[in-house]
Design a protein around this ligand. Structure first.
Ligand code: NDP
Length: 283
């Protein structure tokens, strides 16, 4: 039976550390670090995510502000808002809540965020920095996965790691981060033939596909660490991950639950990224 990796508890530790760093920053600079979150439209799920981020900021001493723009905002208007925040010295981090309304050119807008304020770590400059070993701001979810592994004492160097999913948000950066920690990394995706062939050899599996129940216990190497990034809403309204939890928990050595695993870490790493951005701009 696997050890359960308690993402809520580990996220609490990270937030405690961020609170201390935020207090030190405020003492040194006479103001709290600032995070601006831009929400375009009123998608109910996005409204909840944004309000959770605002509350999380308040708890650790980050000055969070939410900018609510109407659904009909144009790409140019959104870029103007981003540029205004780029110039604002009290705004250390800028996050545009995704998804944006369909008429907005998402890439064009996000590319206008100053890389040093890009706390989501998605700007091409930050992606390139990660690739070239000079990372500054890294995507929050894969950072959260790495912290879960490290803080659970799971060895990474020399181990076989399989990442399932190759998005710019999770899979690709997760693979680069594991490689940086000297794992031998395989990156799988929807066109991978025989997924089990790879997962059954893996000491570490990071699943980020959005396919409920994809990873079954029989596909895993006994004793492996399974980090389940997936957040899938089932027809009955319940939430589950990409793992078939009941079978996976029997075989894995460590497993993250959904909810309560990677999810809480994503917000904790956003707060940490805000501190990294604030310190980098005020060094
Ligand atoms: P994307 O839809 O962008 O990417 C999904 C990836 O999974 C793709 O690379 C796709 O392959 C791959 N994939 C799909 N089906 C299979 C399959 N049957 N076998 C192998 N690979 C497959 O999703 P994201 O990366 O944005 O998110 C992934 C999941 O993580 C979602 O459930 C999302 O909700 C969740 N998530 C959770 C977060 C958290 O805080 N816990 C934060 C961000 C995301 P291909 O490229 O070939 O299409």
């Amino acid at each position: 039976m696997a050890n359960i990796i308690d993402g809520k508890e580990i996220a609490k530790q990270v937030r405690r550390e961020v609170r201390q760093k935020a207090a030190q920053f405020a003492k040194a600079h006479g103001r709290a670090p600032g995070l601006a979150v831009i929400l375009v439209g009123d998608d109910p799920a996005s409204c909840i995510y944004v309000s959770n981020k605002q509350k999380a900021c308040e708890k650790v001493g980050i000055a969070g502000q939410t900018l609510r723009l109407p659904e009909k905002t144009s790409t140019e208007e959104l870029i103007d808002e981003i540029e205004r925040l780029n110039r604002d010295p009290a705004t250390d981090g800028i996050l545009v809540q995704l998804p944006l309304p369909r008429h907005i050119d998402e890439k064009a807008a996000l590319d206008h965020i100053l890389p040093i304020k890009d706390v989501d770590g998605l700007h091409p400059d930050n992606a390139g920095r990660l690739l070239s070993g000079r990372a500054l701001l890294e995507p929050c979810t894969p950072r959260g996965c790495m912290e879960l592994l490290k803080r659970s004492g799971i060895p990474i160097a020399g181990k076989n790691a399989v990442v399932i999913g190759r998005s710019a948000l999770v899979g690709k950066p997760a693979a680069l981060m594991l490689l940086r920690e000297n794992a031998t990394v395989t990156l799988c995706h929807s066109k991978t033939a025989e997924l089990k062939q790879y997962t059954s050899m893996a000491d570490i599996v990071i699943a980020a596909t959005g396919k409920p129940g994809l990873i079954k216990g029989e596909m895993l190497k006994p004793g492996c660490a399974l980090i389940d990034v997936g957040i899938n809403r089932l027809a009955d309204g319940s939430i589950c991950g990409d793992a078939d939890y009941d079978s996976a928990v029997q075989v894995a050595g460590w497993i993250t639950p959904v909810p309560g695993g990677v999810g809480p870490m994503t917000i904790a790493m956003l707060l940490d990224n805000t501190l990294i951005a604030a310190e980098a701009q005020n060094a």
